[in-house]
Write a protein that binds this ligand. Structure first.
Ligand code: UT7
Length: 329
């Protein structure tokens, strides 16, 4: 019997309407368009405005559009893996909230927290349920409302992040297409360089933590940069080497969108030419769990059946990884 691979059979994305430009940021913190553009490659990012709206509110249009594209209904979904670092609530899981909002009555689900590598870990995890034969339709959602944890007085972080969400459907494939391999890593010694100081069980929210602005994302950018620039490139190269792929075999490199300089370094290390590297950071910034599915969504029409695609990511934690898939449609 032919091996079952988990193949992506539909992708979709959603970004909020509000565009926060570098020029608007110039009015908020001591920064300028030239610095942001040359140091990060970002020109603008989207922000989810509106009282009471959370990450699931971006997932609903992304997933509903996906279901329409695929021509299926929500009750056909078996499992929802919601990859996010900004869940609607600490509990219950945003996967449950989403399932209720879209009417996925037969799905179970859970949230996956692996910061910017979340969607990649979600694809790798979700593929196991397909390969085992246990499930037929696994929805992997990646999204974040980063504006909910960004300090718009901190110029080192507020210029990078944006809001957005995307989703991919995994289904069984016996033609040899789908997710072929992945290399997944994490290292908790990276915690000091990128974390949220308060709001968890270790340091619950109090008036004092809020006054100290400890509920915002904290990052030591240079340390994270050094780690990311080496490790994302290495892990992408590793998954290629162990599948005997050279840069000529790769149709597309889909990297996490954190900094254009990190993306460029990954392209150089893997030898993939710039015209095969998927980049939309200039329009969305770093949407954390949203970057990879938003890239897949925007490039979907350029992908061809059988294309060898490498996804690569890294994030706080630290977490990082690369995944090799053959596009299935
Ligand atoms: O996906 C999650 C993982 N996170 C990342 O991948 C982020 C990785 N890190 C980075 O992308 C970069 O480190 C940053 C974009 C965050 C910062 O770029 P950098 O080239 O590492 O800048 P830096 O922190 O070394 O700062 C250089 C200078 C400093 O001034 P002095 O000390 O040289 O006078 C900063 O104060 O740039 C200054 N600076 C700014 N200037 C204008 C820092 N932020 C800004 C700003 N506008 N927004």
């Amino acid at each position: 019997m032919a091996k079952i691979h988990a193949a992506i059979t539909a992708v979709n994305g959603y970004v909020p309407d509000y565009v926060l430009t570098n020029h608007e940021l110039e009015t908020m913190v001591d920064t300028n368009d030239e610095w942001i553009t040359t140091r990060t490659g970002i020109k603008e990012r989207r922000i989810l405005k509106g009282e009471g709206l959370g990450t699931s509110d971006m997932a609903v249009p992304a997933v509903n559009g996906l279901l329409e594209k695929r021509g299926i209904t929500a009750d056909e979904i078996d499992l929802i893996i919601f990859c996010t670092s900004t869940p609607d609530r600490v509990f219950p899981a945003t996967a449950n909230i989403l399932a209720d909002k879209i009417g996925a009555k037969n799905a179970w689900g859970y949230d996956l927290q692996a910061t910017c590598s979340g969607f990649l870990f979600g694809l790798a995890t979700g593929s196991q349920f397909i390969e085992s034969g246990k499930h037929k339709k696994v929805l992997v959602v990646g999204g974040d409302k980063m504006s909910s944890m960004i300090d718009y007085r901190d110029r080192a972080t507020c210029i990078i992040f944006g809001d957005g969400c995307g989703a991919a459907l995994l289904e069984p494939n016996t033609e040899g297409n789908g997710i072929i391999d992945s290399v997944l890593k994490s290292d908790g010694s990276g915690v000091p360089f990128l974390h949220q100081k308060a709001g968890g069980s270790m340091r619950p929210t109090t008036h004092e933590t809020v006054d100290n602005r400890e509920h915002y994302l904290y990052q030591e950018g240079q340390s994270v940069f050094k780690f990311a620039v080496t490790n994302m490139a290495e892990v992408a190269a590793e998954v290629m080497e162990r599948n005997n792929l050279t840069s000529d075999d790769i149709a597309w490199l889909v990297p996490h969108q954190a900094n254009k300089r990190i993306i460029d370094a990954t392209a150089v290390r893997t030898g993939v030419s710039p015209d095969k590297v998927v980049i939309n950071i200039e329009r969305y910034g770093n949407t954390t769990n949203g970057t990879l599915p938003l890239c897949l969504w925007e490039w979907e029409n350029k992908f061809k059946k059988g294309d060898n695609i490498i996804l690569a990511a890294f994030g706080g934690g630290f977490t990082w990884g690369a995944l090799y898939l053959k596009w299935a449609y």
